[in-house]
Design a protein around this ligand. Structure first.
Ligand code: ADP
Ligand code: TYD
Length: 209
């Protein structure tokens, strides 16, 4: 058993986050750790309610700033009631998306001011950053094919055109360049087995810290 860490998983829709998170949970548990899974937007009853509104067609013409504010309302609840208490109880937290998603989707994707999100992040959790962020980088054509194969009904936020997904992807790559210590880039075009091996290498580095 080792000191619990907060790990976030990022990437465009269909990059494999849910799949990799399940495998990462198994890997960490096999080493005797407690692991809690969560996701954003969501993770607590109130945050899940905000998620439903955010992903529904009701917000079709909402501004990017409103989207960001709602993401952070859900995030505040999620951090305070779920993530921080779990870490305090020495449970690892694996979270499907976190603030990098707001930079990638609302700032790089929808074009809102970066400063707006930076200020919200400071207010909501000060300097509390994930210990590690796994960025699953994938070609938009590959992710599209995988989602089509899975025949997944898309929600309002991930049904944007390929052009939007490309902007978000490029945004993620810029974020990885800005935070090379925290954000680790994984080639998610590979087989699921190889992706998991690459993620486990990054986790082993975390155990040494
Ligand atoms: P996300 O949570 O990022 O939206 P998922 O984990 O749901 O992505 O993956 C989307 C689809 O692609 C699922 O059907 C999943 O089984 C499949 N998939 C995930 N990773 C891979 C991979 N490396 N190779 C092939 N298919 C994959
Ligand atoms: P979800 O179905 O969870 O997507 P995925 O399976 O790809 O993770 O839907 C979450 C959507 O919300 C996704 O399109 C990304 C978007 N999102 C933002 O736009 N900003 C954010 O801050 C977060 C956390 C998510």
């Amino acid at each position: 058993m080792s000191q619990a860490k907060f790990i976030t998983f990022e990437g465009i829709d269909g990059s494999g986050k849910s799949t990799v998170i399940q495998e990462t949970k198994k890997f960490l548990e096999s080493r005797g750790n407690d692991v809690m899974l969560s996701r954003e937007p969501g993770g607590t009853p109130i945050a899940e309610t905000i998620r439903e509104v955010l992903l529904s067609d009701a917000l079709a013409s909402v501004s990017g700033e409103t989207e960001a504010l709602m993401m952070f309302a859900a995030r505040f609840e999620h951090l305070k009631r779920k993530v921080l208490p779990a870490l305090e109880a020495n449970s690892w937290v694996l979270c499907d998306r976190f603030t990098d998603s707001t930079f990638a989707y609302q700032v790089y994707g929808r074009g809102i001011e970066r400063y707006f999100v930076e200020q919200l992040a400071k207010l909501v959790y000060g300097g509390h950053q994930p210990d590690l962020t796994v960025l699953l980088d994938i070609d938009t054509t590959v992710s599209y094919e995988r989602l089509a194969k899975k025949n997944e009904a898309t929600n309002r936020l991930d049904s944007h055109a390929n052009n939007f997904q490309n902007k978000v992807r490029q945004g993620y790559l810029s974020l990885a360049k800005q935070h090379p210590q925290r954000i680790k880039l994984i080639n998610a075009n590979q087989s699921i087995e190889q992706v998991c091996v690459d993620v486990q290498k990054e986790l082993l580095c975390l155990f040494e810290k």
